[in-house]
Design a protein around this ligand. Structure first.
Ligand code: SME
Length: 163
């Protein structure tokens, strides 16, 4: 199947999952599973969420699919993850060996994308994806991953409103 068609199919399933998942945690688990299973170049898919009230702020590893990572707590001044959370901007790294911010999770990782998640305009966490292939994240991948971050942000907002 052509990659664009595959992404369109996946978006439909993600949208259904958004409606069906009872909690943000369920949605995050489903997003990890779907992206890892369907997008063949995504070798590690996971969420890092800001620890509520932590000073200084720190990202905590949440739901993920892939090999265990040594980076379970990442301060905002470290890693590509820290940069994405502190800037509130998507970061795409085509060759991690050339980025001095990079914190290694697996020796096989060649490229990475980190997309922040917002609730009420504030960064609350991020979706991080690693690939064993260089430059694995084209524009259509970025749009798909940003969509995943949006649906999780929406779910977190709704859950918080209900709490
Ligand atoms: N590479 C990330 C650390 C997380 S692992 O990839 C899962 C970074 O540089 O922040």
């Amino acid at each position: 199947m052509h990659v664009i068609t595959r992404i369109e199919e996946l978006r439909k399933e993600l949208s259904e999952l958004e409606g069906a998942a009872p909690t943000a945690k369920d949605l995050m688990r489903g997003v990890c599973q779907l992206l890892h299973e369907r997008m063949l170049k995504y070798s590690w898919v996971g969420f890092y969420m800001l620890e509520p009230g932590a000073k200084p702020p720190v990202l905590i590893l949440g739901e993920f699919v892939g090999a265990m990572t040594p980076h379970t707590r990442i301060p905002l001044n470290q890693g590509i993850c820290g940069s994405a959370a502190s800037s509130g901007k998507t970061i795409v790294v085509d060759d991690v060996s050339k980025d001095p911010r990079y914190l290694a999770c697996s020796l096989e990782t060649k490229s990475e994308i980190v997309v922040p998640i917002f609730v009420s305009g504030q960064v609350v966490g991020e979706l991080d994806i690693d690939s064993h292939f260089p430059a694995a994240f084209a524009t259509e991948d970025q749009n798909l991953i940003q969509y995943c971050a949006e649906i999780v942000g929406r779910k977190l907002e709704k859950t918080a409103l209900r709490a």
